[in-house]
Design a protein around this ligand. Structure first.
Ligand SMILES: [Zn+2]
Length: 401
């Protein structure tokens, strides 16, 4: 017979739940926590005092409330003391941030990288170098409790190995393990697909907060996606789910890097747009080049307008398929798709009207990313905090060694 959860299990769960509340919701009064968590006052008091003793939160008197009586203490995360490292390996940039509990970006470094595949050693060396620079500037009482990286490519759920991706020269790359070794903090480095993590970021802190079913579409050079279903990321059997960029929208269309033809990514990706706008090559690439097409279209450039219009049609067709299949409450356009959508919203909506079924279509809201270029980095930070929120005291004990 299986025993039910022990008192210790329940306490551990409640500590994590309380910490999650202040991590995502910001400073919260004890009274609010009592009602939100459905626990009694003395339990909330005991939990906050445990988390305070561990240095994860602190309690303060609120600012003047104007009401009579004893005010409820406000619980706030120790953002400047407890932090994680978040890494983002994009096609055109490397970014590293030191992110405090509560999601505060305390420090951030970014470098432009030339496009193409890198050696694992070179890439992890550069990222660890940034982290070391930041660590040298921290106060002595700070504690790093986790690290995670967003990479464009496929990440196997079972072991976090990057099995494919445009940024690394080899396949089956133990990226997290190598970065962890170079960081030398004695912490494992979690790894996730960049679009999946950006979706989680929008769900935790962006336009998708409190939206239980949405699809996030991420454009960089290619198109990635993250599907949030019932409040959870849909990872699929091995963690590769959400590769909406390789949904075929135009059989017999443009060749795709994956070997197929007419994938959403091949028709809507950066190269397709720049070629259609007559701007491919000539040293123009990346989000700036995409923004330049949208700006030119705004100014009345007909070639740019036509390129954007065609791209918007393919994008809308892809969105219509996704809306039919997943019945999302919201579709979010992030990365360079943010710009492309803003420049072609009319075409996207037309395709949706033509191809999506009425009940799904009428409910769905189309939105742009609230976190913009930080979405992947914010998502990596949330991944790094995940195990802290699952078991706060254990993680802290380990970090303090
Ligand atoms: Zn493809």
């Amino acid at each position: 017979m299986r025993a039910g959860p022990s008192q210790e299990d329940i306490r551990r769960h409640n500590l994590g739940a309380l910490l999650r509340h202040v991590h995502l919701g910001g400073p919260t009064s004890r009274a609010e926590l009592t009602s939100k968590m459905g626990l009694n006052r003395s339990t909330i008091m005991a939990l906050t005092s445990d988390l305070t003793a561990a240095g994860l939160v602190r309690e303060e008197l609120p600012r003047e409330t104007g009401r009579a009586g004893r005010p409820s203490l406000v619980v706030r995360p120790e953002s400047s003391r407890v932090y994680v490292f978040a890494f983002d390996v994009g096609p055109d940039r490397l970014a590293v941030a030191r992110v405090g509990l509560g999601g505060v970006i305390l420090d951030r470094r970014e470098s432009v990288r030339r496009r193409g595949a890198f050696e694992l050693d070179e890439l992890t060396g550069a990222l660890a170098g940034f982290a070391r620079q930041m660590r040298r500037k921290t106060r002595a009482d700070t504690v790093c409790v986790g690290a995670a990286a967003a990479v464009s490519g496929g990440v196997r759920k079972a072991d976090g190995v990057v099995t494919f991706g445009p940024n690394l020269k080899a396949e089956e790359v133990p990226f997290g393990e190598e970065l962890g070794r170079k960081l030398g903090l004695g912490l494992p480095v979690s790894v996730g697909n960049d679009a999946n993590l950006a979706a989680l970021a929008e769900h935790s802190r962006g336009v998708g907060v409190a939206v239980r079913d949405f699809i996030y579409l991420h454009g960089d050079v290619g198109i990635g996606g993250g599907i949030i279903a019932g409040g959870q990321l849909l990872g699929g059997h091995e963690g590769y789910g959400g590769e909406v960029g390789h949904m075929v929208v135009n059989p017999g269309g443009r060749a795709c890097g994956c070997g197929s033809h007419g994938c959403l990514e091949a028709e809507v990706g950066e190269r397709a747009l720049l070629e259609a706008a007559g701007r491919f090559g000539a040293g123009q690439q990346g989000r700036d080049a995409v923004r330049a097409v949208v700006e030119a279209a705004d100014r009345g450039d007909i070639v740019a307008q036509e390129a954007l219009s065609r791209t918007g049609e393919w994008l809308g067709l892809g969105v219509a398929n996704l809306v039919n299949i997943f019945n999302p409450e919201m579709v979010i356009f992030g990365g360079m798709l943010r710009e492309i959508y803003l420049g072609s919203a009319a075409q996207v909506r037309t395709q949706l009207t033509l191809h999506a079924m009425a009940p799904q279509r009428e409910q769905v809201r189309l939105r742009t990313s609230a976190l913009g270029d930080s979405a992947t980095l914010v998502g990596a930070a949330e991944l790094a905090f995940a195990h802290v929120l699952a078991d706060p005291l254990e993680v802290l004990a380990r970090a303090n060694g």
